[in-house]
Design a protein. Structure first.
Length: 201
């Protein structure tokens, strides 16, 4: 069940403000607007922010916790992304086309999340030009990571994909079940276990 925090949201949102200030200086007017329009929600482990067939109406910023993106294929859950602290999460196609999506988004840990509705975000883009710059930096970063990941899935060996995961997400090895990592890397659990054993030797 989603709990909307009505108190102490200010200190929580300050983490988000600090984060985007590192990308581009945030004006007082934009900060006030973000504090008005962002909601802070608290969710227990295994809560769904989105289910397949629903429209993604919110963009998420993970303050604390861990999100898993997955879709269903032949009755199997295929992990497509993990979102950790200080990162943005949306179901991209659904959010921007305003259509139902195919992804599921769930918390893998108790999570504290700042979220904003699509409509409010569009108004901020219109009213505060600096936020467009911040969004562009996010888009460039995630587009680059996505292209690199698609290259690895098409061209590189299973071991190279695992080494990439270790390099980019070193803390997730301790936070994720191995079956989720194997699914994300496009291999079965036995292959992942064999690679991990080889690397440790």
């Amino acid at each position: 069940m989603i709990a909307l925090l009505q108190t102490n949201a200010g200190p929580v949102l300050s983490k988000f403000i600090t984060y985007i200030n590192g990308i581009y200086p945030v004006s007082d007017a934009l900060q006030e607007r973000l504090e008005e329009d962002l909601e802070v929600i608290e969710l227990p482990k295994r809560s769904h922010l989105l289910r397949e067939g629903e429209r993604c109406d919110y963009g998420f910023f993970v303050i604390e916790g861990l999100l898993r993106y997955y879709y269903i294929k032949d009755d199997a859950e295929i992990c497509s992304r993990f979102i950790t602290e200080n990162h943005i999460g949306i179901s991209i196609n659904s959010f921007y086309t305003r259509r139902p999506g195919y992804e599921n988004i769930e918390t893998l840990e108790p999570s504290l999340i700042a979220r904003m509705h699509y409509d409010k975000l569009q108004k901020i883009y219109r009213d505060h030009i600096e936020f467009n710059y911040i969004a562009r930096v996010w888009t460039e970063h995630y587009s680059s990571m996505t292209e690199h990941w698609f290259y690895l899935l098409r061209k590189q060996t299973a071991e190279e994909r695992y080494l990439f995961f270790l390099d980019k997400y070193p803390t997730l090895i301790q936070r994720l079940p191995l079956k989720y990592i194997a699914s994300y890397l496009g291999m079965n659990l036995e292959t992942l276990s064999r690679i991990r054993g080889k690397i440790r030797r």
